[in-house]
Design a protein around this ligand. Structure first.
Ligand code: SF4
Length: 83
């Protein structure tokens, strides 16, 4: 269950994923490689235009995945409002 005070919005530009597996290796609770198109899936996310968006608990693993994604396509936002 997500702790409301620690909740963040995750924005992910899936089209630009280069399948390096960094996020899935660091944070397997939130990321999984999709074997159909070899891109990472953000679990329990919804697609809005080019973005995949999910509301998650901010964990060290999720922060590391965002920081170490070489494409810089994982963005964590404290502001939960619509972008
Ligand atoms: S770290 Fe970034 S580029 Fe690598 S698989 Fe994850 S989303 Fe794709």
């Amino acid at each position: 269950m997500v702790n409301e005070e620690n909740k963040i919005k995750v924005l992910y530009v899936r089209d630009k994923c280069t399948a390096c597996c960094t996020c899935t290796n660091l944070d397997s609770e939130n990321w999984v490689m999709n074997t159909d198109d070899a891109k990472a899936d953000l679990l329990n996310s919804e697609k809005e235009g080019k973005l995949h968006i999910a509301y998650k608990e901010k964990t060290m693993q999720l922060q590391m995945a965002a920081d170490q994604c070489p494409e810089r396509i994982i963005v964590l936002k404290k502001d939960l409002k619509k972008i």
